[in-house]
Design a protein around this ligand. Structure first.
Ligand code: KG4
Length: 345
């Protein structure tokens, strides 16, 4: 065995909620391996095709698990439990991970643990790596969870006690990045391409719509429509408008999304008087959002926590660490467990 942690709890995590097949071994909070197979097949369609995603998971799951065990140097007999993403996500994709986890746990005679994918994104903040310093938030903290399917502000009371205090009433921030990027002709997923292009653009060039939603909730559908109609009108006057202005368009769009996200996060911090602030989820990889958070932190004396890039995206290490917290509470699933496509925290 390659690593021996404090409690010696070895959890195999399985993630298959969307288009990444991932397996990881985590010992207590330390990541021993985290292997992900991305699915290139969706690029041609400009978005995830659920049926193709399930088929690719079927092909990927066994080699990915074998590689995760090999890289961790952990024999399957040494595993304490198998944790898998139960939802939310694409049902066909979830079924692959769920069925695999059930069979694997049954064969080894070890517990099975169903994990909420959203909770796991937050708990990714507690992952450690061997020989690397890590800072973790103290409770209670606020977490802005921003991904392709979610935009939420969560008050985290404890590892497994989380309260959503604000959320999108329509689209997620990641969807706004992806759909607007698609309109610009950029490859899927659009978030990283917008992020890259934005670094050379003028964020103040094009002012896009910001929603007026009460409380701590978000809305991104108006911005998506505004961006689409703006480009449609400009393209009528000048068919080369997107190519000539792509960096400024990306920078202005990114700034608008970040302003919307940060405005409610600041409001939430003020209302709750919490200054431990974290971000999580795929969109938290965005360099502009990371910079905006750091700038706000310096001004407002917040302590901020940002996961390493590989733990912001969908990954199995976050599923495994959530599994280890649930293991300690004795929160196990039966062989009759079924995945769920939609759920709250
Ligand atoms: O958390 P995630 O991997 O999957 C979901 O559970 O949704 O998030 C994927 C989302 C996509 O919308 C992708 O465009 C976005 O995260 N994303 C980014 C960046 N990297 C990934 N958005 C903006 N800037 C980035 N650098």
């Amino acid at each position: 065995m390659g690593y021996s942690g404090e409690g010696g709890l070895y959890i195999l995590g399985i993630e298959s909620s969307c288009d990444d097949t991932s397996a990881a071994v985590v010992c207590d909070r330390t990541v021993l391996s985290n292997v992900t197979a991305n699915q290139k097949v969706h690029e041609a369609y400009g978005g995830v095709v659920p049926e193709l995603a399930s088929r690719a998971h079927q092909q990927n799951i066994i080699p990915v698990v074998e590689m995760a065990l090999r890289q961790a140097g952990v024999a399957r007999e040494a595993l304490s439990a198998v944790a898998f993403t139960r939802g939310p996500g694409l049902l066909g994709s979830l079924l692959v991970g769920t069925s695999f986890a059930k069979g694997f746990a049954w064969a080894l005679g070890i517990p099975l643990i169903g994990v909420n994918h959203l909770q796991a994104h937050v708990l990714a903040l507690f992952l450690r790596e061997p020989d690397r310093e890590s800072r973790t938030p103290s409770f209670p903290f606020l977490c802005l969870l921003v991904s392709g399917g979610n935009s939420q502000i969560i008050r985290v009371h404890d590892y497994l006690h989380m309260e959503v205090i604000g959320q999108t009433i329509d689209d997620a921030a990641g969807e706004a990045f992806d759909k607007c990027a698609k309109v610009m002709g950029l490859p899927y997923p659009g978030g990283p391409s917008i992020d890259k292009l934005a670094q050379e653009g003028d964020p103040g060039r094009f002012p896009f719509t910001k929603p007026a939603i009460p409380g701590l909730d978000y809305s991104f559908s108006g911005l998506k429509t505004n961006f689409l109609y703006f480009l449609r009108d400009r393209l009528r006057e000048n068919p080369g408008f997107i190519e000539e202005n792509n960096a400024d368009l990306a920078a202005s769009l990114q700034k608008t999304i970040i302003d919307i996200l940060m405005h409610k996060l600041v409001k939430a911090a003020r209302q709750t008087r919490i200054r431990e602030i974290a971000i999580a989820g795929g969109v938290s990889a965005n360099s502009g959002l990371r910079n905006a958070l750091q700038a706000e932190a310096a001004q407002r004396k917040w302590n901020v926590y940002i996961p390493r890039i590989e733990y912001t995206m969908d990954n199995a290490a976050m599923i495994a660490i959530t599994g280890s917290f649930k293991y300690l509470q004795g929160d196990f699933a039966s062989q009759g467990v079924v995945p769920f496509a939609r759920t709250q925290l």
